[in-house]
Design a protein around this ligand. Structure first.
Ligand code: OSB
Ligand code: MG
Length: 384
């Protein structure tokens, strides 16, 4: 049972018995972005991704911690995640206990979902690799084509923004998200909407507004947006409910939701009609499936967010979207939008219909290329 009293969407996963782990490594790689990614909170120019490598009787698995080096999107950073993983989470990982028991132990550590997800996802991927089955199959879900969506950062000019949207439309993305911030919003959305009247379009404010901006936010209603993502503070739920009563456009929560309990609370008070589930932010794949399952039961749409991940995290997000409840296109975009060369063998690409195929093969499907990791490594340590 979940905290909301609903049956678990993945009882088999909770019963999964952990294998013995011989080695645990943390490897941080730096991948330059092809273009800076601007948001209301920060402009990122590189991706410093902390990866976890597990080894168990000759079988290896890689996972990716979705934190950044900085605390500008979330309080977790690569350094806090390293600390929590090494000092508090890894000592709890023992062979013979179940994944459900491990989650119970992890619950004593408050927050730090990204650190928890790194460990849990690595274990799931390891078991999938050991069994020679794709991750989605371990999650109990059939393969399907995954919807695509692009998140376009803040640009310096309308022209630049329109060119980026045009490229996304030409590629066949199923929806486009544009970042907004106070003072860089209505005119910019209008420019895109005038040019692309039919485009499934949404905006993401990363918490830049407050309730005193309600009049301005209400003016977004005229643009027929799919949703406005996290308009108010990163930690708020209550004021989003107030705002949602004032707006026709659906509110989507991102930063405020750290697990099923938050999602259930937000839904119950009408703080959002849609949830962006980032598996890292909520503590891993199992909690993501619980949130999506609960939301689906309440008629709340769910999609998979992204954290500009390398091919490892990108593949995990793709597998997750086979789960029940992931009905809306997420921030799942082509590798080429971010990096010229990834650390896995198969870049994410859209097919002619704008869909993404789940990478074929055991575990995440995509194969991690050790020589590419070596080339990009900025820090590495063996924890076990
Ligand atoms: O708010 O969804 C967000 C990237 C970094 C931090 C926060 C966010 C984002 C994105 C990009 O919007 C998602 C992606 O393309 O991976
Ligand atoms: Mg967001």
């Amino acid at each position: 049972m979940t905290p909301t009293g609903r049956p678990s969407p993945a009882p088999g996963l909770e019963a999964l018995v952990l294998p013995r782990i011989d080695h645990v490594d943390l490897v941080t790689v730096r991948l330059p972005f092809l273009a800076p990614f601007g948001t209301s909170v920060h402009v990122w120019t590189v991706k410093d991704a902390m990866l976890m490598r597990l080894e168990s009787q000759g079988v290896t698995a890689w996972s990716e911690c979705v934190s950044d080096p900085d605390p500008f999107y979330a309080y977790e950073t690569n350094t806090t995640a390293r600390h929590i993983i090494s000092d508090f989470l890894l000592p709890l990982v023992e062979p013979g206990i179940t994944l459900g028991e491990l989650e119970g132990r992890f619950r004593r550590v408050r927050g730090h979902g990204m650190a928890k997800a790194t460990v849990e996802n690595a274990l799931l991927i390891l078991v999938a690799n050991q069994r020679g089955i794709p991750l989605h199959e371990l999650l109990g879900r059939p393969a399907k084509k995954i919807q695509s969506g692009l998140s376009i950062g803040l640009k310096d000019t309308h022209d630049e923004l329109l060119r980026a949207v045009e490229r996304a439309v030409a590629k066949g993305y199923h929806r486009v998200k544009m970042k907004v911030k106070k003072g860089q919003d209505l005119d910019w959305v209008r420019a895109v909407r005038d040019r692309f009247p039919e485009l499934p379009l949404m905006v993401d404010a990363n918490g830049d507004y407050s309730l005193s901006d309600t009049d301005r936010l209400r003016r977004l209603d005229e643009f027929n947006l799919m949703m406005v993502e996290q308009p108010l503070s990163y930690s708020d739920i209550i004021e989003h409910a107030t705002l949602q009563r004032e707006m026709n456009t659906a509110i989507c929560l991102d930063e405020s939701i750290h697990g099923l309990a938050d999602a259930a609370a937000a839904i119950s008070i009408g703080a959002c009609r849609i949830i962006n589930v980032k598996q890292g932010r909520v503590g891993g794949l199992l909690e993501s499936m619980r949130i999506a399952h609960h939301a689906a039961g309440c008629g709340v749409g769910v999609w998979s967010g992204g954290m500009d991940e390398t091919g490892i995290g990108r593949a995990v997000n793709i597998h997750l979207q086979t789960a029940e409840g992931f009905t809306l296109p997420g921030d799942t975009s082509e590798t080429a939008n971010y990096f010229d060369e990834d650390i896995v063998d198969q870049p994410v690409v859209l097919d002619a219909g704008g869909f993404i195929d789940i990478p074929k093969g055991p575990g995440i499907g995509a194969r991690v290329m050790p020589e590419r990791i070596l080339k990009r490594t900025i820090a590495a340590e063996r924890l076990r």
